[in-house]
Each structure stands twice: as C-alpha cells, then as structure tokens.
Design a protein around this ligand. Sequence first.
Ligand SMILES: Cc1ncc(COP(=O)(O)O)c(C=O)c1O
Length: 365
Amino acid sequence: MTATMPDPSSSARRHLRAEVLAYAGYTPGEQATGCVKLNTNECAWPPSPKVREVLRGVADDTMRLYPDPRANRLREVAAGVFGVPSRDWILAGNGSDDCLTVLYRSVLKTADRVAVPWPTYGLYDDLATLQGAEIVHVDFRQAPHTWHLPTVLARQNSKLVLVANPNNPSATLVPVDDLRRLADQLDGLLVIDEAYVDFALSENPEASVLPHLAAHPNLVVLRTFSKSYSLAGGRLGLLFAAPALISAFMKVKDSYNVNALTQAIGIAALEDRDQFNANMRRTVAERARLETALSAFGWTWPKSTANFLLCEVGERAGDLCRELKERGYLVRWWNRPGLSTKLRITVGRPEDTDALVGHLRALGC
Ligand SMILES: Cc1ncc(COP(=O)(O)O)c(C=O)c1O
C-alpha cells in the first residue's frame, strides 16, 4: 500500500515569517513563448552582436571558476560609459530588481515607511511587504499630457522614496530639477529608477539625474540592461550612489550575485555604442508610427518618453487584452482602480505594430 504523503501546507509553515505567509507573491508580466510580446517592455531589437561573440567564445574556466564577486571590470567600464568618477560609485546586480532587494534589506526594518508616487512599478510594494515595512502611495497629479510628482511625497516620514523616471506604467518623465528638490527636502534616501531613461535621453539629454549624483549624498540611481541594452534574459542592473553607500550595499548583496557570463556580455553591450544608439533611434521612430496608428482609434495617452504607451481605451480594456492574447499578441492590463480602462503597449518592431493594429481593427476598434 502507498504511504500517505504528509500535507505540505501543514505544520512546517509555522516556522516561516508572518510577512512571507501573508504575502501573495509578485505577479510578473506573462513570459510566454510563441507570441508577440508587447507586455513587459523589452527592447524590440537584438542586443549587440558582440554579446553573441562573447557567448560563443566562453572558455571552460569561465564556468568552472567563480565569477569576480565585485564585478570590477564591468563596473570600471560602466563608470566610463555612465560618467561617474570611478567603479566605487557602482554596485552591479542580478537585474535592477536585485539592486532593489539589496537596497530594501540595507535600509528598512519592520514598520519603516517607503513612499512612492502611484501608480508605479509594483515590485516596490512587494519588497516592502516582505521586509515588514509600510508602503505609502501618494497619487501622481495626472494631467492629460503628463503626470506630475505629488508635492507631499517629501513629507511622508519615509526612509526610502522611490520614483521610476520615466515612470512605469505611464512612460511620463519628471523634470530633473523636481527630483533634485525632492532629494534636498528628504530625510531619507531618494531612489530614482531610470530603467527607461535611455529612451528619454535619446530625445532629451537632460532627462537623467545621474550627472547630479555627487551633489546629493542621499541619491541612488538605478539602471537596467533589460530594456535599452536588450538583455532582459541576461539579468543585469546597476545601482549608482556615493561610495559611502556602495560599500555598505556591497556587504548586503549575495557574494556572487552577477554570474560570469552576464559580467562579460554586460561589458560587450556597454562597449558597442553603435548598436545601442541604433536601437534607441529605431525604438523612438517606431513609437511615433505606433502613436500615429493608435490615434486613429481615438485612444489617448500621456506623452511617452519610454518604449511603451499607456493607452486610455475605455471599458473594453480587459476584454481587448484577452482577445489580443487569443490572437497571439500580449499587452498589459491591470484590474486596478485608475488603470482598468487602460492598456500598456510596448513598442515592437514595425511588423509587430502593423499586425497589432490590424488585429485591433478586426476587433472593432
Ligand atoms: C521601473 C522598472 N524598474 C525595474 C524593472 C526591472 O528591471 P530588471 O529586469 O533589471 O530587474 C522594471 C521592469 O519592468 C521596471 O519597469
């Protein structure tokens, strides 16, 4: 007779932290294959061909040995590309999500407060929940053309304030002067998550707060290779801050948090400025085509400074998302107040735009 398996949900769970038991788990965008992915804001074009060369030439020892725990060479190259004084101003992470985890673990203890303008990137909430911290949402001031930072954000008595700039899901950009003022007003760290700023920089060279890092000791800036460098699968993010903060974060991160392959392809991607610039130009040009096509449906969106649009489409938004999925096209929809009538659509390749618009027409838009 087969022995009855013990119920895995039973007594052992009592050893887990209450925050973990109560936590529902982060819901990332759907990562399906065999469809056109316009739902998680990856770049539509491939990474530098130098990345492929690096992968082809991987030596046995690259895999046999541990990687450089501090990713020194990568950080050195990054310091040059991003214009910070030295690698001591940079922490490398397994995606910028890993950098966020290091930040939260370094800064927050139970019941500390984290404030964000809302709506924004959902992981900021989830990491706070896991840390036992309190998340405070302060609504963006939404105008038709753009979203403004709420002025009361500085007065939330929070140890961390996070601003995605450009923001996800709105693709809107807050002026650097507003962010610098916020940094000056805060008695806490200000984290500017610039996951999408490369798309903005290609049209507005003043879009990033990174050149002002040295002027604000409480400022932290995040960049990712998942979007503008077309390396979401490689998992690489960078955190920029004053060396006094970086040396503390170094103690908190996992010892080997960026694997050897990722360090090598990160360097290759950084060094190929031509492919990077071409991908930025192609994205901005295709965004303009997508905007022209979608405006024919009477849809509106705040001005996009990123590689996606947050379209106001009305009550049909959820149904449209489902119907597009049935046709092999993934876009993003949230069943949440303020977002349920909107679709977030990533800029794809020209053929993706054309096919998407064709399907939307066929669906009666
Ligand atoms: C604002 C923002 N920050 C961070 C991330 C995650 O980046 P990574 O892939 O480097 O973890 C995303 C991904 O969608 C994002 O939208």
